[in-house]
Design a binder for this molecule. Structure first.
Ligand SMILES: C[S@@+](CC[C@H](N)C(=O)[O-])C[C@H]1O[C@@H](n2cnc3c(N)ncnc32)[C@H](O)[C@@H]1O
Length: 299
């Protein structure tokens, strides 16, 4: 099922205790500096800089690129922004909590800068913290200031002295926050009642899965006119790890984007529900899903 709308409103209409797992990739608070996390701000900024050579198009306060003098007001604004983002995460987190079955795992992609806030928001919504998985991308442009270059532009005599000094690290990983709706008594009792709660951690080669997921980043994977498409194989790995296959298990993605979670679910034979606020992405989701052959479901 694909739903077009704001997930906070749409989730209210879904049945309580009906969803087995959630794998989602909400806006990271990079794109939106205003109060709306609904893509309008992203579009406005992209429009503004579409002909420029700017490499990093969506930037948060505090990244070092958002500009502005670092005065008290700047830091207060940055702080208010993250508090608002946290509050927004709690709002959708509360709706997710209502619709999840006991023991349901919830995996939420986020940036290394903001994942702690998302964790607190989801704990406030009632979830129990399990882990932070590392999605290692082997990529990342240093998004910050190269001090030597900056000083060179200013014709500063100390430029050479600051060779190799920068304002941030090369960002090589993204966080996947893993929280869980509380169990009924214990794992086994929960599993018998709801069918979820434990993770498949032994890989096909016999190795025990660590909390670092790597080797899934594929530079040439199609982007489907969406700026933050996740690797399909990574999402498949998460589904197979987090949810035992059954004919009635449902995977939900309330921030579906181009529909990677839904496509992965369909390819693996799981039921899925996706919510997306932008109609143009709904078209992409439909197109991607229509090209997937549906395997038969097995108990
Ligand atoms: C980071 S992207 C997800 C990308 C996805 N993982 C993929 O592989 O295509 C987040 C998506 O959430 C959508 N979104 C933002 N706010 C939303 C809301 N309140 N309700 C539903 N969708 C929302 C955005 O339009 C965007 O497509």
């Amino acid at each position: 099922m694909i739903i077009h709308g704001d997930c906070i409103e749409e989730l209210k209409k879904l049945e309580s205790n009906s969803v087995d797992t959630i794998i989602t990739d909400p806006p990271y608070n990079y794109e939106c500096i205003g109060r709306q996390w609904d893509n309008k701000e992203i579009n406005r900024r992209l429009e503004r800089i579409k002909n420029s050579k700017t490499l990093v198009k969506n930037i948060p306060y505090g990244s070092g690129l958002a500009g502005g003098v670092r005065n008290k007001r700047w830091y207060e604004r940055n702080y208010r922004n993250i508090i608002e983002y946290t509050q927004w995460c709690k709002e959708w987190g509360q709706q997710l909590f209502k619709i999840c079955k006991s023991g349901a795992p919830v995996a939420v992609f986020n940036s290394t800068r903001t994942v702690a806030h998302v964790q607190v928001a989801l704990e406030d919504a009632g979830f129990y913290m399990r882990d932070i998985l590392v999605y290692r991308r082997h990529s990342g442009i240093p998004k910050g200031l190269n001090l030597k270059r900056k000083l060179e532009k200013m014709n500063h005599p100390d430029a050479e002295k600051w060779e190799g000094w920068h304002t941030c690290f090369r960002n090589e990983w993204e966080a996947i926050l893993l929280v869980q709706k509380p169990l009924v008594k214990n794992y086994w009792e929960t599993l018998q009642r709801t069918g979820v709660g434990v993770f498949k951690t032994i890989n096909e080669d016999g190795s025990f899965q660590s909390n670092i997921l790597e080797g899934y980043y594929n530079k040439s994977e199609k982007k489907f006119a969406h700026c933050t498409v996740k690797p399909l194989e990574l999402i498949k790995k998460l589904i197979l790890t987090l949810i035992p296959k059954s004919s009635d298990n449902i995977v939900l993605d309330p921030f579906a984007g181009s529909g990677t979670t839904l496509v992965a679910s369909k390819q693996l034979g799981y039921h899925y529900t996706g919510i997306e606020i932008e109609s143009e992405y709904i078209d992409i989701i439909d197109e991607r899903l229509n090209s997937v052959y549906l395997p038969s479901l097995t108990k």
